[in-house]
Write a protein that binds this ligand. Structure first.
Ligand code: FE
Length: 351
């Protein structure tokens, strides 16, 4: 017994010596191989289960994810200013318009990935594969169920009906969500119809401008407004805390093109130094939750969004919102018409 132990100790010592020798003599190549694998991301997302999702990616791949956060606009500014010197390997934006602009300015590179092409439907990614939608967020009509009947609602444009005068809460024109929504109206109806039949009628209803979807919902719940427009997942967040939350979702434009849906998506920078790691992260995220039972720990589920990948699971609260028609427009239109949308809102007095 003693001899057996001693021989194990001797073998361990020999093994350790060999390992140390290997590390010592390994020099250059060994050092390069053991350098930490990273991917640096400029992220406009800062909520939900983002950290836990990336921790899971690191556990599975050994690649560390480093985040630098800001608004889409400020991150675009940074990418422009840094040029080829940017530390960012990838961007994670909350709006297809911002991704399109980054791609058009040459800040993102084409990614040739069969996995991404297979996982992400055409309408949710760049036609030239420079960015890919990972999760979907619907911008919907919300209403106080104690004060409004769903039969009183129909389309985004119908919120311009005088019956909503003084009862409407909207996000300001400076926010990317508003800009993408109005850009989609322009892509669909043209500038003149958008201005005269949607935006000016909204403005005539003296909307209360609130620069937070959550506060819009809280204001409606408290009776400060009766209707508004927010992303669907903010309602899910409220319902997760309080199943009796009085504000409900109404799916707009179901007899027309469908509800406005934007993506949160990613692209790889032209200057990426960790390109392979970035591709690996995009491919991994595009399988979002595949093979798992529940969704709360995925990029989409952690924020109550719809996954871009149609085979990924949907969070039960979100599944409870039912099925609805989505405007099938290519999301790049939000970028193409963003400048026109900003000018139009300014013209029409939309604050
Ligand atoms: Fe949001």
């Amino acid at each position: 017994m003693v001899r057996a132990t001693r021989s194990i100790v001797a073998r361990l010592a020999l093994f350790l010596a060999l390992v140390l020798l290997a590390i010592g003599s390994g020099g250059g190549p060994a050092a390069a191989q053991s350098a930490p694998q990273v991917v640096n991301i400029y992220s406009a997302r800062h909520y939900g289960a983002l950290e836990s999702v990336f921790r899971r990616f690191t556990q599975e791949t050994g690649i560390e994810v480093r985040l630098s956060q800001g608004s889409v606009q400020s991150l675009l500014e940074r990418l422009r200013a840094e040029g080829r010197a940017t530390p960012a390997d990838a961007v994670l934006f909350i709006d297809a318009g911002g991704l399109w602009i980054a791609a058009e300015e040459g800040l993102l590179q084409r990614v040739d990935s069969a996995v991404l092409r297979q996982n992400i439907p055409n309408a949710l990614r760049d036609p030239q594969d420079r960015w890919f939608g990972m999760t979907q967020r619907a911008r919907v009509i919300v209403y106080n169920a104690n004060r409004v009947r769903p039969s009183e609602l129909s389309t985004y444009a119908a919120l311009g009906d005088p019956k909503w005068n003084g009862r409407l809460c909207l996000r300001p024109s400076s926010h990317i969500y508003t800009q993408a929504l109005v850009a989609s109206f322009i892509a669909l109806h043209g500038e003149r119809v958008t201005e005269e039949q949607i935006i000016r009628p909204w403005v005539r209803n003296n909307p209360r401008y609130i620069d937070s979807d959550t506060r819009i919902l809280e204001t409606i719940a408290a009776g400060g407004c009766d209707v508004g427009i927010t992303n669907h997942y903010y309602v899910a967040q409220q319902l997760a805390r309080n199943p009796d939350f009085p504000v409900r979702i109404f799916w707009p434009n179901q007899n027309e093109a469908g509800a406005h849906v934007n993506v949160s998506g990613m692209g790889i920078t032209t200057a990426a130094r960790n390109r392979d790691n970035a591709i690996r992260l995009l491919e991994w995220l595009s399988t979002d939750g595949k093979g798992q039972g529940a969704a709360p720990d995925t990029l989409s589920g952690g924020n109550f969004e719809y996954p871009a990948n149609p085979v990924s699971p949907v969070h039960p609260i979100v599944a409870g919102f039912g099925t609805f028609k989505i405007d099938p427009m290519g999301k790049f239109e939000y970028g193409r018409f963003q400048p026109a949308a900003i000018r139009l809102m300014e013209r029409a007095g939309y604050r």
